[in-house]
Design a protein around this ligand. Structure first.
Ligand code: AQP
Length: 333
């Protein structure tokens, strides 16, 4: 039976790309009645930069509030933070011994995040994809909704599963499918249409945060980088216009229509009129989320209860899979 797993790191505030590329689709899959497991991957959050413990705790609860405010329902989905379910790191160790250095050397996210000085990167950042494979496979998850940037990591997950199954002569870990769909699989920076929108971009103007209020959202869209041409009539006309394409894609994803439909309505318009229409739409869709997040953050004890209950349900699935893995590997218990 299909089982969906995905996760997001609690680093900084959630941005529009995380919402459109990930959370909005998490909610859709939950509401389609699939078995859904959604994680706050706090163990991944300490791989890149030093996280102040108070900030990490705050970001973890805020991400939980964002999940809930976006429509994840703990009665329908399992919702928890990774560090409360030790099975993730238990399986990650086994996978560290299955994955090859050469495979990890090819990961573009490591290269991007480590920058020029890979010697100074943490071992955890290097092994990140192996922990991510464990996050997914410790539930035998078959479907992983992610943004385009995570495609390579899901492919590595399949390679690890296949090598484990082959080495031990078992058919134990399933083949996982990345689900990368819709107009917003790669939302770009509002300041540079060739760069991915990211929580950790030093420029706050480059992204819309789910915590931004209505005025801030409208102002960031008004100031977004564009070119001087009017919008084209068809999507072919967006080919060499990354900033224009990005705004059209964002509009389409927020309105739940296709980019072609956006251009059928707005083709020929100047940005002077398209941007206010986009800002209205964004405020309409996002402001209620930010309001609900602030309300939920007023009771962090309740958030902690939701996460603890979710972790218990997650462990009930993961623990037998770890037990079986240990038997296959030959660990005496
Ligand atoms: N710009 C984006 N467009 C579409 N999807 C995106 N995702 C991230 N950015 C975009 C998707 O969001 C999910 C969670 O991402 P993550 O927190 O695990 O880390 P990330 O991909 O590294 O996201 P950020 O915002 O760039 O965080 P930082 O700056 O902390 O590294 C994933 O499904 C991802 O594809």
């Amino acid at each position: 039976t299909p089982r969906v797993f995905s996760g997001i790191q609690p680093t900084n505030h959630l941005q529009l790309g995380n919402y459109l590329g990930a959370v909005k689709r998490f909610v859709a899959m939950q509401n389609d009645g699939m078995e859904t497991i959604y994680c706050i991957v706090d163990q991944h959050a300490i791989t890149a930069n030093f996280q102040n413990p108070a900030d990490l705790r705050h970001a973890t609860r805020e991400l939980a509030a964002a999940y809930l405010a976006c429509g994840l329902d703990p009665a329908k989905s399992i919702l928890f933070n990774q560090s409360q379910v030790p099975a993730h790191s238990q399986l990650a160790w086994v996978f560290n011994c299955v994955a090859r250095m050469g495979w990890l050397n090819r990961m573009t996210q490591f290269k991007d995040k480590a920058g020029k000085n890979a010697e100074k990167a943490s071992l955890g950042l290097y092994a990140y994809p192996s922990l991510m494979a464990a996050d997914i496979l410790v539930y035998h998850a078959t479907h992983v909704p992610v943004g385009d940037d995570q495609k390579q990591h899901v492919e590595l997950t399949r390679d690890i599963a296949a090598k484990f199954n082959h080495d031990y002569g078992v058919e134990f870990f399933p083949e996982t499918q990345p689900i990368i769909e819709g107009a917003a699989t790669r939302v770009m920076s509002l300041r540079d249409g060739t760069k991915k929108m990211s929580k950790s971009d030093p420029s706050d103007a480059s992204r819309i945060n789910l915590t931004d209020d209505a005025d801030t959202i409208a102002k960031k869209i008004r100031k977004a980088k564009t070119d001087p041409e009017p919008l084209p009539e068809t999507t072919e006309g967006l080919a060499d216009r990354p900033e224009a394409r990005n705004l059209v894609n964002i509009y389409a994803a927020l309105a739940e229509i296709t980019p072609a439909q956006v251009l059928a309505e707005h083709g020929g318009s100047q940005f002077g009129s398209f941007k206010p229409a986009l800002a209205d739409l964004a405020v309409d869709k996002l402001a209620p989320i930010s309001t609900e997040m602030s309300r939920l953050m007023g009771d962090t004890a309740e958030i902690d209860r939701v996460l603890a209950a979710g972790a218990e349900r997650a462990a009930a699935i993961a623990d037998p899979i770890i037990a079986k893995t240990y038997d296959i590997v030959g660990f005496v218990r």
